[in-house]
Design a protein around this ligand. Structure first.
Ligand SMILES: Cc1cc2nc3c(=O)[nH]c(=O)nc-3n(C[C@H](O)[C@H](O)[C@H](O)COP(=O)(O)OP(=O)(O)OC[C@H]3O[C@@H](n4cnc5c(N)ncnc54)[C@H](O)[C@@H]3O)c2cc1C
Length: 221
């Protein structure tokens, strides 16, 4: 039922600042006009006045943080990304949601997070939340990115264990090792639709149960 209400929830956000992370990756921070009810790992639908397109983004910020943060590549220079990158402090945008259940389960089973590139955003939120609330269940993050893993300084500190492979091959080897040793875990996958599909296949091949796999497919990549 909460998802139905979330669909109609719309928040006005004031742009505060942008931070360069690496290459064409930036984090954009916004101050909500009213507190936003967010569960770590959820995404919102973002609307910028003047830009026709809307885009979903996972909230990279944890509920405990005061500013809402999204992290993205701006290299495509799409109408939406140009509008986002052109925001000036004090300007407003809108967010619908946040939505859905790419969120921690209400239990203490270990959690394995598998991220590709900018797919790290919901895991930054979940890991910082787990750290802030001293969540008991152990977390293992495997984040594959060619170099300079986005948010590494924070995720490395917050995760129980973290691995940062730089190749597909290295990622798959790490994922298999972790999957073999963590049959009781929840597996969370976040990245491009192709990454999510291939990693699901890899995990199923290692005997991971389909219902233990939760997915955030970044359509558009
Ligand atoms: C649940 C969810 C969470 C996401 N979280 C993030 C995030 O944290 N960071 C991030 O960078 N991206 C995230 N994305 C992807 C994001 O919404 C954009 O699609 C992506 O950033 C590319 O945007 P663009 O404007 O550069 O795309 P463009 O270069 O304009 O798009 C390329 C093509 O894909 C189509 N397209 C673009 N976006 C979508 C979409 N969302 N659904 C269907 N078709 C689309 C366009 O119409 C165009 O044909 C998320 C997507 C989903 C579904």
């Amino acid at each position: 039922m909460r998802h139905v209400f979330a669909f109609f929830r719309r928040s006005k956000l004031e742009f505060v600042e942008k931070k360069h992370e690496k290459d064409d990756v930036y984090t954009y921070s916004f101050r909500p006009q009213r507190p936003v009810r967010q569960i770590a790992g959820q995404h919102g639908l973002f609307m910028i006045p003047g830009a026709i397109a809307v885009r979903p983004f996972s909230l990279a910020s944890a509920p405990e943080e005061q500013l809402i943060k999204i992290g993205t590549h701006i290299g495509s220079q799409s109408t939406f990304k140009r509008a986002l990158d052109g925001l000036q402090p004090g300007q407003h945008i809108y967010m619908q949601g946040p939505y859905l259940d790419f969120t921690f389960q209400d239990d203490e089973r270990p959690v394995v997070m598998l991220a590709q590139g900018i797919g790290i955003t919901p895991f930054r939120s979940m890991l910082l939340h787990a750290q802030a609330t001293s969540r008991k269940a152990p977390t293992t993050l495997i984040h594959v990115e060619e170099k300079d893993h986005t948010y590494r300084a924070e995720t490395e500190k917050a995760a129980t264990k973290s691995l940062y492979p730089t190749t597909v091959d290295g990622f798959q080897k790490d994922a298999i090792k972790v999957a073999v040793g963590a049959k009781n875990a929840w597996f969370y996958l976040s990245g491009s639709p192709r990454f999510v599909k291939e990693t699901t296949k890899l995990l199923l091949g290692q005997g991971v149960q389909k219902r233990a796999i939760k997915k955030d497919s970044f359509l558009g990549y």
